[in-house]
Design a protein around this ligand. Sequence first.
Ligand SMILES: O=C1O[C@H](COP(=O)(O)O)[C@@H](O)[C@H](O)[C@H]1O
Length: 238
Amino acid sequence: MRHENTPYGRLCIGSLPELYTRLVDHFETTAGSSGDAFTVGLTGGSTPKAFYEWAVASKALSDVVRRHAVWSVSDERMVPLSDSESNFGTADRQWLTPMGVAPERKFPWPVMVDPHSAAAAFQMRWQERFGSERAFDLCLLGMGDDGHTASIFPGSPLLIVDSGDYFAPVDVPGKGWRLSITPDGLAACGKIVVMVTGAAKAERLKAVLEGPEGVYPVQLLSRFSEKVEWLVDELAMA
Ligand SMILES: O=C1O[C@H](COP(=O)(O)O)[C@@H](O)[C@H](O)[C@H]1O
C-alpha cells in the first residue's frame, strides 16, 4: 500500500484485500483502545457490500471485536430494515448476523417513526448508553458520485445548520427523508475511515482532492483531517 497526505486526511491506496485488511485493523485497534464497549458507525450504499462478502469469507472479525463492538450506521434511509435499501439491514444480513454478532450489540436507527422523532430518539438512546462526548469511536463513510458523504448531499442544510446535534433528519431532494450523522457528529467521532473504490469514483475523487475546497460535502473532512483515513483502490485513484 502507498500513502499520501491530503488536506482531507491520509490516503491509503492499495488493492481491495489490502484496504479490507486495513479496515479490519481499525476495528482491532479501536477495540484495543476503547475499553469494554466501542461503537462503530458503518456506512451504506454499494461500496461496503464487497467488504462484507470478503469479511465473511475470510472470517475477518476477531472474538474481541465481535464481543465488544456495538454496531450502527452513520446514515440511514427511512425504510424498514428488511428493505434492500436499508443501510443497517444490509450490514446486518450480509455481515453482522453471519459473523454471529449478538442482537444486543446492534443499534439500528428507529426508522418506523417520522424522521424528526427518529433522529431525536436515536440521539437520546445513543447518548443514554454511551454518553454525549462521542458520536462513534470509529465512523465509516463513503463518497457518492456527487461528492456526498453519509446523507450530507450538495446544498444540504446540514452543511450550514450548526445545532450541535450529532444526528439529524434531512430531506434530500429527489431521494426523500434520510437520517444522518452531522458535521458536529463527525467532529465528535474518534476516528473516521472513508472507503472509495472503483473507476466510477475516479473523476469525482480527483476533483475533491485536487480541486477547490468547499465545493463537495465530503470536503468538510478537512475540519478534522488528523483523524481521517481514506481507503482508496487504484481504480478510484486513476
Ligand atoms: O446514499 C449513500 O451513498 C453513500 C455512497 O454510496 P456508494 O453506493 O456510492 O458507495 C454512502 O456512503 C451512504 O452511506 C449512503 O447512504
